[in-house]
Design a protein around this ligand. Sequence first.
Ligand code: DGJ
Length: 739
Amino acid sequence: MNIIFHEQTRTFHLYNDEISYIMTVLPSGHMGQLYFGKAIRDREDFSHLLEDTFRITASYLSEEQNTMSLEHLKQEYPVYGTTDYREPAVEVIQANGSHLSNLQYSGYRITDGKPKLSGLPATYTEDDSEAKTLTITLKDPLTGLAAELLYTIFAGGGALARSVHFINQGTEILHLGRAMSLALDLPDCNYEWLQFSGVWARERHLKTRSLEPGIVSVGSLRGASSHEHNPFIILKRPHTDENQGEAIGFSLIYSGNFLAQAEVDNQDVTRILLGIHPDTFDWKLEPGADFQTPEAVMVYSSLGLNHLSQTFHRLYQKRLARGYWRDRPRPILINNWEATYFDFTEDRLVTIAGKAKECGVELFVLDDGWFGARRNDSAGLGDWYANKELLPNGISGLSRRIEALGMKFGLWFEPEMVNEDSDLYRAHPDWILRTPGRSASLGRHQHVLDYSRKEVVDYIYEMMAKLLREARISYIKWDMNRYITECYSAALPSDRQGEVFHRYILGVYDLYDRLTREFPHVLFESCASGGARFDPGLLYYAPQGWTSDDSDAIERLKIQYGTSYCYPISCMGSHVSAVPNHQVFRSTPLYTRANVAYFGTFGYELDLNKLTADEQEEVKQQIAFMKEYRELFQFGVFYRLRSPFEDNYTSWMVVSPDQKTAIVGWYKTLNHVNVPFTRVRLQGLAPDLCYHLEDSSLSFYGDELMNAGLITSDSMCGELTGKRPSCDFDSRLFILKAY
Ligand code: DGJ
C-alpha cells in the first residue's frame, strides 16, 4: 500500500495490491478524477487519462481555457454551478444569496494510519501500518471556505474510505446546503445499479436496473437509514456475477437521512454521489467553525460480487465494529417478544428462561413492556424503570433469578422515544421534535425525543446507566420504532433548523458512545422495527443488529441474502420462531428455521415450553450444533451460491479461514414433482483437499466440488436425510471437513 504524489504533474496515486485510485490537479486548479479500478503500475504522468475537448454547447471557464468545462471533466469533489450542470457534491450559500463556490487545490498531507472522525462512527486502524491517509486541502479564495478531502487506503483489500472536513476560514457566515461524503466520476455508464430496498418485514431485497442517461437514486428522508432503502449500492458490469467480473460498492457509515445517486450525463460519464441527504440539510458555518461529513467506503472488485462483499465483511467486522464482542462468538439467546408480547409476569419469564436453559440457551432477553406504565404500546416509553406490578423485584431481582439459572440477562430499551402517557413527557413535553404551530404526528403512539439537545441525551443516559449499574445486564437491544417528521428543535434558532436531523443522529451516537464506554462488556444489538437502521453507522457501536421483524425462515432467505451483500454474518440477528409464523402465518419445518438462523447470531423467539418433547430434543441438538460451529458461521468466509431472488432454490456457504471446514446451506421454497436434478458449485475450498461429507460415506476433492458441484438432488441426499420425504420449505446443511 502506498500513496504517491508526483510533483511535476501534481498527480496522486493511492494503491495497494488490489486497487489504484488516481487524481490530479487540473489546469484550472480544481481536482480531477483520473482512475479508480484494478491496481495499475505507477508512472510519473497519467495526464493521458485526462479527457478534455472543446464541446460546442459547453460553458467554459475562460477564453484561454475553452476545453475547461467542468461539465465535461471528471472531478473529485464538484461544486454547484460554474460550468457544471450536473448535481454537485457540495453547495455553499453565502450571505448575499450566492450558491457558487470555487474549491481550488491548495495542498496535501500524507499520514500513516487513519485519523478518528470526531463524534462520528468510522473505520479505524489498530496500528499505523494498516493504512495510509491522504488529506487534500481545497480552498475557495472568495469565501475562505476550506474543504479537506480525506482518503484512506488500507494495506489489504479493495476498500477506500473517504470523507470531507469543512472549515470556514473566512469572515462571513456560510451555509452548507449540501456536503456529500463522496463523489466519483466514472468514465462510462456500462453498469447495472444494485440497490437493497423494501419495507418493514421485507428489508434489503436486491433490485437491479441498468444505468441510462439521467439520475437513479435511493435515499431516506425519514430520520433513519430506513427499511425502504439501505445506504449501500453496487455498480456492476452487465456480465459480472457472484464469482467474476468488475463491481464497485458504495457504503455510507451513517444512520440518518442519506442519498445515494448515479447521474449519467450527456457523454455517458457516471457521477456517483453519496452522503447526507441534501433535502432537509442546511448547516450554518460561522467563521472558524467546521463540519465533518460521515465516512463513505467504496470497494472495487475485479473478482465478482462475493469478493466485493467479503471485502466489506472483513473491513466492517474487524475495523468498524469494535470492543469486547467484536471477535467473540455471540451468545445463543432467547427473546420473549414473540413468546409473550406484553403479556408476561416475572414467573412466566423465568419459566421461559428455565426451559431455554435446559436446552442450552445462554442469554435470556426481556423485550418491550417491562418499564413505567407500559402494558401495551401506548404508554411508558421514556420511563426506564421497572414496572413493579409486573416485576415486583425490579430488573435487579429478575436478572438475579435469570443468572441463578446459569444464564446471562439482556434487556430491551427504546431510548429515543416517549409516549404522551409517561412521566417523562408529563415533566418535559417540550423535549420532543415538533414544529411550532403544527400538529405533532404520532407513530406507534409515540413521539421522538429531541436528541439534538444534550440535556435530553444526558437525562436518558442517567436513567439507563443507573439501571445498568444496579442490575446484572449483559446485553441491550436498542430499538427505534418510528420515523421523524415535523423535524424541528425548540432549542435551536431558525437558521439552524436544517441541522436538526443530523444533530439528532449525533445525539444517538453520543449516547451509544457513552454507554459502550461505561459498560464495555455489554453486548449491544441495534434494532429499529426490525431492520430500519441496519447500517454501518450503528455497527460501530453495536456489533449485531436485528435484521428484520419477519422471522419466517423463507422470508428470511431473501432478507439475509440481500443483507449479506454489504454486512457480515456476525452482525445479522436471526432467530428460530414459532409456527405458524407470526408475520406470514406460514409453517416451516423446525430444522429449516434453524438452518436459516444459523447463518447469523443464532437465537430463539418463542416459548420452548410449548414445543413437543421431540421438538425440544431437536432444539437441544440445534444448540449443541451451533455451539460447535458458531465461530465458523460468524467468522468464516461467506459465499452466496444461489439466489432466492432468481430461483426456487437458495444456497450459501461459509468456509473456515484455513479452508478445512465448510458448511453449505441449501433451501427449497416450494416442492415440485418429477423435477430436474440439482447441484450447486461451491466456492472458496482448497482444490487439492479431500472433503468428507459428514453423516455420509462420501468424500470429494475441493476442485470437484467447485467445478462439477455438490449434488443436492433428493435422490443423492436420501442418505443424509434418512429418506425424509421432500416437502415445501425443505432445507439441508452439508458439512464438509478435510482431514
Ligand atoms: C420492534 C422490534 O423489531 C421487535 O423485535 C420488538 O422488540 C418490538 N419492537 C417491541 O416493541
